[in-house]
Write a new protein. Structure first.
Length: 80
């Protein structure tokens, strides 16, 4: 198993798992391998089988790119 991604957001982790599932890639979530005793943060690691790692990385990259560059830009309501 390879760790594909890590996030502190359970919602983001679940969205990514759903995205991978839609692409036919099984994944698992692990909270044991991350986090901080100092901050109390929990890190959710998303893991995929080695044989699906490259395809999963492509799926994730496409999703992250779209998330960072949405089709519809935010418009300034003040017109500026």
């Amino acid at each position: 198993m390879k760790r594909l991604y890590a996030t502190e957001s359970v919602d983001e982790a679940e969205r990514i798992q759903a995205l991978l599932q839609a692409a036919g890639i099984d994944s698992s979530l692990d909270t044991k391998s991350g986090g901080s005793v100092v901050t109390g943060a929990v890190v959710f690691g998303i893991y995929v089988e080695d044989r699906h790692a490259a395809q999963a990385a492509e799926v994730l990259a496409g999703w992250l790119e779209k998330d960072l560059n949405p089709d519809e830009p935010d418009l300034d309501p003040a017109g500026g």
